[in-house]
Unconditional design. Structure first.
Length: 284
């Protein structure tokens, strides 16, 4: 759910119910407060944004916006100004499915080899062991049999050089298992999913500065933060529409214990109204 404008005010986004509630409340607010200053407002409802490609099919030229704000952040006052770089890899192992009883010297179990590779992955990079600006990786899927096994691995780091380090480590593990199983075949392919939007966003400081001012104008202390994941701002920024992510108050996100408060959602709506006014005032 994203609100954007064509003349300097761009507002809301997120895939959570709280974001949708804020969107509906914002529309209601403007219907009941017609004298409140704001620019033209564009609204787009978009699919899942967790991998940073929720706006991939949004026709930005037709949409005609100058800047964008998504509302999918955490605690009150949060402004997320960067994200992970997100890459996805596929590890494929070809073994040899000989009859086990007579397999000496010829039997090659692809599951065993792939399991050994995964066991070598540094523990400190697994999500349960990382926080703050630590990079992470994890195995997302694992399928196969004796003859062939495949795993999907996700790589995350705030720096692109860090992604290269992770790729280098995976290939190191590949070389190590091939020394033990020289007749096996192991292939690793890595592709980009989304990139850290920080450096694109910094091309126009107003996007963040106006959000900070809008919050301060209504008594909310801005808190600059980063996302240990992706969001819509990733694709928007690299598509030429500068964007950043604002708070909506969700806690324990993506779990059965996820929760929010009405007060935080109301504060998010007030922030959006204030932000629309700041853009108009600054653009006059």
């Amino acid at each position: 759910h994203t609100i954007m404008t064509s003349d300097g005010t761009t507002l809301l986004g997120g895939d959570d119910k709280a974001g949708l509630a804020a969107l509906v409340e914002l529309v209601r607010h403007y219907k009941e407060n017609k004298d409140d200053v704001h620019g033209d407002i564009r609204i787009a409802i978009i699919p899942d944004e967790e991998i940073g490609v929720g706006t991939e099919r949004l026709d930005l030229k037709k949409f005609g916006c100058d800047v964008a704000y998504t509302v999918d952040g955490g605690v009150m006052g949060e402004i997320d100004v960067e994200s992970f770089n997100g890459f996805k890899g596929k590890i494929t192992v070809d073994g040899y499915a000989a009859f086990p009883g007579y397999g000496k010297g010829i039997y090659i179990n692809a599951i065993q080899i792939l399991s050994k590779m995964i066991a070598k992955m540094e523990d400190k990079r697994w999500p349960q062991n990382a926080a703050g600006r630590d990079p992470i990786w994890w195995i997302h899927t694992f399928t196969g049999d004796v003859a062939k096994a495949e795993a999907t691995v996700f790589l995350r780091d705030f720096e692109l050089d860090g992604i290269k380090v992770q790729e280098k480590l995976l290939n190191q593990y590949k070389d190590e298992v091939l020394k033990e199983f020289p007749k096996a075949k192991v292939n690793i392919e890595v592709e980009e999913m989304y990139k850290n939007y920080k450096y694109e966003l910094e091309k126009d400081p107003r996007v963040v500065d106006y959000a900070k001012e809008a919050m301060q104008n209504i008594g909310i202390e801005p808190e600059i933060n980063f996302v240990r994941g992706g969001n819509d701002s990733c694709h928007l920024c690299f598509s030429g529409l500068l964007s950043t992510n604002l708070f909506i108050g969700m806690q324990n996100m993506h779990s059965l214990m996820e929760w929010n408060t009405v007060e935080t959602i109301e504060a998010a709506v007030k922030t959006l109204v204030s932000l629309a006014k700041v853009w108009v005032d600054k653009s006059a």
